[in-house]
Design a protein around this ligand. Structure first.
Ligand SMILES: Cc1ncc(COP(=O)(O)O)c(C=O)c1O
Length: 462
């Protein structure tokens, strides 16, 4: 499939210049047309495809607008060299003696082209651009909510667009819920090991967190039942898919059991499904079964890019309006330009393509990590960004974390995931997406393996 094999379909409703641009773009994106390849002259391609020279000029202008080719004065049109590293990918920015497993971020793939193209599409309509510069209703533009609701539907998440609210990431969505519906002194139930951002929010809002017992599928209905009776919580906050930190994925049957317990005690669930967007086939979210019992939270931070700061929530009808008021009080609205940018990437299919790359990259990274660490007690899921490693018995958690740190290896201690007063897992979370390169990941896990196997002599005091 080269440029010579291109064809245009005059009956196709897509304009001919766009058909040509799309076909060249596909060849560039697949690597078939390498960087710096010279495209045929306008005249040659026009004759070949039996179209006018003007159509080719327009097609080339379109792919140039998409950032895929560049016109070099007097020399013709060339496939752009997008392999030039941006600042974040420069080798020099990687400290070869540091191995950072700290952050659940999407792996550092080059997204610059995708973002640039989305920006260009937004910029191509002055009226749209001007509209995005104005105040909007707190719940955002309907068109944006529709794009997000439609995209989420393809992921099996059924949210009504009129109930969607944007947030500045999932953390802000949780904050909105807590600010709206809790008061100092209230209790919120969480998984026994929970997302540290929730622990910070609870501290700030003077809430008491109580951990619910978990097994390998997530919280157990029996423990939830007991905790609801004992603590009369305002909410149960859960990360049911790719649980942070244990990686557990709660199956649908368990979700239904949890919902039955919440129904019995009349407790709302805050379902944080930010990580489910990483999986090709996640289980049905709880909100699908019980939209009047569940506040569903998500964000594009893991499956697309955290820098967008675009998240969303959808609450039961009777809670919705209060959240709108909170959003307005916090910041009037979420930046429409950022939601527009996100929607462009969702609607164009670029977000999905980016997600496929993330999934492919994570598969490689999990293989590398397991290659070194499989002899230990490791919990992981294909598609997840992190693994959860229980330390061998000869290691004390704090000692291990500080020795790793002394070797330049950053890991997240089990301590960070324990709600205040809760038990601490003798485990560490390793974000496999966090090292900038696979090579760095490989070196890091090899060093961790050596450290895990080493028998340090602890100093005990009487
Ligand atoms: C379970 C969970 N919820 C929420 C967040 C925060 O996401 P955001 O960056 O969209 O605020 C994270 C980030 O690590 C997370 O792991």
């Amino acid at each position: 499939m080269t440029i010579e094999t291109m064809t245009v379909y005059k009956q196709d409703p897509t304009p001919i210049y766009k058909q040509i641009a799309d076909q060249i773009a596909t060849r560039i994106e697949s690597g078939e047309l390498a960087s710096n390849t010279k495209l045929p002259t306008h005249r040659w391609l026009a004759d070949k495809l039996n179209v006018t020279v003007g159509t080719i000029t327009r097609a080339y202008a379109e792919i140039e607008r998409r950032g895929l080719v560049e016109a070099r004065v007097g020399a013709g049109t060339y496939v752009a060299d997008n392999s030039k590293p941006s600042w974040a990918f420069e080798q020099s920015s990687i400290d070869p003696n540091e191995y950072n497993f700290g952050y659940n971020i999407p792996p550092l793939l080059d997204r610059s082209n995708m973002v640039k193209q989305a920006m260009q599409r937004i910029a191509s309509s002055p009226s749209h651009l001007n509209q995005l510069m104005l105040y909007q209703p707190p719940s955002g533009l309907e068109a944006h909510r529709n794009v997000v609701a439609d995209w989420l539907k393809t992921k099996g998440i059924k949210l009504h667009s009129h109930r969607l609210l944007f947030s500045s990431g999932a953390q802000h969505a949780i904050q909105m819920v807590l600010d709206t519906f809790t008061r100092a002194g209230d209790t919120v139930l969480v998984e026994k090991y929970t997302y540290p951002g929730m622990i910070s929010l609870a501290r700030q809002n003077q809430l008491t967190l109580k951990g619910v017992e978990m097994d390998e599928l997530g919280i157990t209905p029996e423990s939830l039942d007991v905790c609801c009776q004992r603590y009369s919580p305002r909410f149960v906050y859960l990360t049911p898919t790719l649980q942070n930190p244990t990686t557990a994925i709660m199956p649908e049957e368990r979700r239904l059991e949890i919902l039955r317990v919440c129904e019995k005690h009349d407790v709302y669930v805050i379902e944080d499904e930010i990580n489910s967007l990483l999986l090709p086939c996640p289980p049905e979210p709880m909100v699908n079964y019980a939209p009047e019992r569940v506040i569903h939270i998500g964000a594009f931070s893991k499956c697309l890019a955290p820098g967008l700061r675009v998240g969303y929530l959808s609450a039961p009808e009777k809670l919705h309006q209060k959240l709108v008021v909170t959003l307005q009080t916090h910041s009037w609205m979420i930046s429409p330009i950022l939601t527009a940018l996100t929607c462009e990437m969702l609607a164009s299919g670029d977000a999905e393509r980016n997600l496929t790359l993330i999934q492919q990259e994570m598969k490689k990274r999990i293989d590398v990590a397991l290659g070194s660490l499989k002899q230990f007690d490791v919990r992981y899921q294909q598609g997840g960004l992190h693994i959860w490693l229980t330390l061998p018995e000869h290691w004390r958690l704090s000692e291990f974390v500080s020795q790793a740190d002394a070797m330049g290896i950053t890991v997240k201690s089990g301590e960070l995931f324990a709600p205040p007063g809760g038990s601490v897992a003798p485990a560490i979370r390793l974000s496999l997406s966090s090292p900038q390169t696979i090579e760095q990941l490989q070196l890091g896990v090899d060093k961790l393996k050596t450290l895990l196997l080493s028998n340090t002599v602890s100093t005990y005091t009487l």
